[in-house]
Design a protein around this ligand. Structure first.
Ligand code: HEM
Length: 243
């Protein structure tokens, strides 16, 4: 879905392409991808990835307290009982996520939702009026994932946007969280970013199916995917990148 969201949007494709080709993160002639560059300097691609997980994933984070009752935000989890936290409920919380004053509703894909523009308090993943949220500044250390998050080197001085999930703990939870957070998340992220970079950077893909109808049948216990075939035309990019 990360790749499809990019390829369906020509201007987004052009912008992502520029980031992939300007420093040869992807070389279309050799079909090679520079993974460290991909992981560290691609805030827009990271934002698309995070937004895709926010929008198209639904999982239940299951917890129990074996030794004592737990009191949290007015609720009590009795000792030995199981509770389940639905990621989608959190990912669709309009009181938390930034929609730019309703321009980008939580139920819609917005490639830039996770981009923070220095000096623009209305940018970034969280609503401007969320008092508990402390906007990350340049050079943030990602607290959800310990390393390798693209864009964490936000260059505030140059006014370039950066990506960060700092402050989203408990809100952006596609991989759960805490002691039992998904141990495969670093691997999953690399597979998604690598595949997306290769497909977008080394191939010209024309998506022929207009609009997308999503299949909700298994949504609730996994990912949402297109209900019908998505037709496309694909060919290798030439040696000279199209920017
Ligand atoms: C986009 C891909 C993936 C998503 C969205 C995802 C999501 C999750 C979630 C929500 C949990 C529960 C976390 C919690 O309770 O806090 C989980 C657990 C787990 N995941 Fe993933 N996962 C993904 C990929 C993978 C991969 C690639 C692997 C292995 C290579 C993996 C292995 C596991 C394991 C072993 C657990 C159980 C951890 C435990 O109970 O301690 N996952 N995953």
């Amino acid at each position: 879905m990360t790749t499809l969201h990019i390829l369906r949007n020509p201007s987004l494709t052009t912008r992502i392409l520029h980031t992939l080709h300007s420093d040869t993160t992807v070389d279309p002639t050799t079909l090679s991808v520079n993974l460290p560059a991909l992981l560290n300097h691609k805030p827009l691609l990271s934002s698309v990835y995070a937004e895709t997980l926010r929008l198209h994933l639904q999982a239940y984070v299951t917890r129990a307290s074996p030794h004592r009752d737990v009191h949290l935000a007015g609720w009590t989890l009795p000792k030995g009982k199981v509770c389940m936290v639905n990621t989608h409920a959190s990912h669709m919380d309009e009181t938390f996520w930034n929609t730019r004053g309703g321009q980008h509703p939580v139920k819609e894909f917005w490639a830039e939702r996770f981009l923070i523009w220095p000096g623009d308090a209305g940018s970034g993943p969280v609503r401007e009026d969320m008092v508990d949220y402390k906007r990350p500044t340049t050079g943030v250390v990602d607290t959800v994932e310990s390393e390798g998050w693209a864009g964490k080197m936000g260059r505030e001085g140059k006014g370039e946007p950066f990506f960060s999930v700092q402050g989203l703990e408990g809100a952006w939870i596609p991989y759960g969280g805490g002691y039992a957070a998904c141990p495969g998340r670093q691997f999953a992220k690399r597979v998604v970013l690598y595949t997306t970079a290769l497909l977008v950077g080394a191939f010209e893909v024309e998506v022929l199916t207009p609009g997308l109808v999503m299949d909700d049948e298994c949504f609730g216990l996994g990912t949402q995917k297109p209900k019908h075939e998505v037709k496309f035309r694909i060919r290798r990019r030439g040696a000279v990148p199209v920017l």
